[in-house]
Design a protein around this ligand. Structure first.
Ligand code: HEM
Length: 316
């Protein structure tokens, strides 16, 4: 869910904003236990009234722009903070989310969406699940914590403010699926749109956890050039530096799809480069992105709050 502080961001006093952020951080930390994982991420709205206390904002954090074909509903996009609460027990997750909202006094819910991961499991170090299009997702993610950190975690020396080192950019997109249209296509056609079999095997027969032979298929006979995987990751030796962790959603009345979510240490080379390549993909006609946003997950703990509000120094 995305939470906002009421009122015009431009009218905020840094001290009040700092206290409010500390309150929501504390509320999130209080439910982050007993099988529930909870974290917050800063949205660009926090910085909309100017940079609090003169501190430095994450360099690339801005309101998520519309990509070609998006229909972003402001009531379901952006926000001051994103709070994500996950766990295996649906009731525990819901109660934890409600507790955060109750305890983070002064914050109001801007938008929220419930997600789930069908057939959630770990294979070869990768978190896999089945999306509403009947395909298994997660194979293209890294399989070790080290590789995950390498793609997702902000390092020192990459131009980000000191307080942000150890954090991560999170992109969320609520993508509605034309499931009825999709389900009219044959499984074979669907597999050519994605570029993998439903179970993850490659269309040239390569097993799911190995590398396909795109170089031997320059014209896309086996794996079409406009398939999702071929555009998302054309260079198999240089996989896109992002880590995906998406959820399915179903709000009834045909409004179902994917809460796409990914983490990266650089938005330009991560999400934005891949999204740009995907503009011409065969899957585009089944997708409508209606909400989400760009967020920045601060490093663990709460020291980032002081860092964020520290006066900027000479290198600002
Ligand atoms: C809601 C629409 C989407 C669906 C249904 C979808 C589905 C899939 C599936 C089935 C795979 C193959 C299995 C896997 O490696 O996980 C995949 C791979 C991938 N997708 Fe998506 N995806 C969607 C949106 C996106 C978006 C918005 C991005 C990023 C901008 C993205 C980036 C990737 C990447 C980087 C891979 C891995 C490619 C590889 O390493 O081979 N996807 N997706």
């Amino acid at each position: 869910m995305a939470l906002d502080l009421p009122g015009d961001p431009a009218g905020r006093k840094p001290a009040a904003l700092k206290a409010a952020l500390a309150r929501v951080q504390q509320s999130v930390a209080a439910v982050d236990r007993d099988g529930v994982d909870a974290w917050l991420a800063l949205g660009s709205r926090v910085f909309a009234g100017g940079v609090p206390g003169g501190a430095q904002r994450p360099r690339q954090l801005r309101a998520m722009p519309s990509s070609a074909g998006d229909l972003l509903d402001p009531a379901q996009s952006h926000g001051d903070v994103l709070v994500q609460v996950t766990g295996a027990d649906k009731r525990a997750v819901r109660e934890a989310a409600e507790r955060v909202v109750r305890q983070a006094a002064g914050w109001r819910v801007r938008w929220q969406v419930d997600g789930f991961r069908a057939e959630n499991r770990v294979e070869d170090g990768k978190g896999l699940s089945r999306n509403p299009f009947h395909f298994t997702e997660g194979f293209g993610n890294p399989g070790t914590e080290r590789e995950v950190a390498d793609r997702a975690v902000v390092r020192s020396g990459q131009g980000e403010p000191d307080w942000a080192v150890g954090g991560s950019y999170q992109v969320v997109r609520i993508v509605r699926f034309a499931t009825e249209l999709w389900d009219k296509d044959s499984v074979r056609e669907q597999e050519r749109v994605i570029g993998r079999r439903r179970d993850g095997r490659w269309l040239d027969g390569t097993p799911a956890h190995e590398q396909p032979g795109f170089a031997a298929d320059p014209n896309g006979r086996a794996t079409p050039l406009d398939s999702h995987v071929r555009l998302a990751a054309p260079d198999r030796r240089n996989p896109p530096p992002l880590v995906r962790r998406s959820y399915n959603y179903d709000r009834g009345d045909g409004d179902s799809g994917l809460i796409f979510s990914c983490f990266q240490r650089d938005l330009t080379t991560g999400f934005e480069a891949v999204q740009k390549r995907l503009e011409g993909e065969a899957m585009a006609k089944y997708l409508l992105t209606t909400g989400g946003g760009y967020f920045f997950v601060p490093p663990p703990g709460d020291a980032w709050i002081d860092g964020l509000f520290a006066q900027a120094t000479g290198n600002a």
